[in-house]
Design a binder for this molecule. Sequence first.
Ligand code: GAL
Length: 412
Amino acid sequence: MKNFAITVSAIAMLAGTAHANPEAEVLHWWTSGGEAKSVAVLQQEFADNGGTWTDMPVAGGGGDAAMQALRARVLAGNAPTAVQLKGPAIQEWYEEGVLADISAVAEAEGWADVLPASIAGHMKCDGSWCAAPVNVHRVDWIWANADVLESNGIAMPNTWEEFNAAAEKLQAAGIIPLAHGGQAWQDATVFEAVALGILGPDGFRKAFVDLDEATLTSPEMVAVFDQMRTMRGFVDPNFPGRDWNLATAMVMNGEAAFQIMGDWAKGEFLAAGKAPGEDFLCASVPGDGFLYNVDSFAMFAVDGDDKQAGQALLAELIVGQNFQKVFNLNKGSIPARTDVSLDDFDSCANLSADDMAASNEGGSLLPSYAHGMALRGAQSGAITDVVTSHFNSDMSSEDAVAQLAAAVANSM
Ligand code: GAL
């Protein structure tokens, strides 16, 4: 079944460039310091290539508010030309028949030769290309203030027990152990990092990709919620509603020691002039595996040569080598393309690339559920509702797993 509303044809694009003035209205949620610096790279390249960019930023980490804005625009029959969209949400919008087919650009640019199959799979709808990948973010990271750890005689933790012991020591010294923002997606981000560590890669896959009921209600899942309850004790009282980048700032200024967050947090450290290994430290969370979160853009069906030329130009630039390098140096992620040298990238990015390759080999490269890579919206939303209501109440871990299984079953 072909669900594309229009085709952005490379031929039309080539023929059109002589006459068309590429333009694009771009909906995204990149509004923090590091994010804004990163998206500015795309704006500049688009302008350098004759494009006119209309910015539609919708603030709100994780993109929940941006996705609401998108739905309102599409329902009003006025979709933006290009939208930051990822994971199964791409296929969900495709099924509504509102996406443009960008296969002509993808084929002309040889995307299939430079993207790993796992990433390319997310960019396809019924075999055709329907999104352009920007990067690979890793979600399961711990960030730390280097001075705070050193002056308290603490090393980066290798187990959750070590993490808890370090946090207790820091707390006794008057330092907030864990910088956290109480927003549902941030609770989910910490939860999935803990779950990867405690369930292991196979357990994570069974729980958050296969939605296996036995795993969702297992003693190991109870242990995941127990650890979340422990983490709740390491957060300061002002955490509700705090934006993720303000939590990162608490680590930067030494008010807090750790943050568990994807490597967009590194974009914040870098934008503030901080250096990895000196000012801040990065390590994967205790346990094996790699949770990936691939940002991408989908083009929506729009009329007009200028807009369609803008879509083709944007798609081409996004997967282009230069953009993939410069954008990701700012964003904290690594390129989606496999042929971009990482020589200019820092130690955290190189660790990410090495770990991604090793987990791919070992079968532990996993899609992030909290960042919309693993499940459709109804299922991931059902899980996050339970995670956040557990974190923000005194719900027992046993009740949480029972609610988890019920919420997942109801969402099917
Ligand atoms: C993620 C997104 C990242 C980053 C983060 C915080 O979902 O993939 O690029 O922007 O949200 O806003």
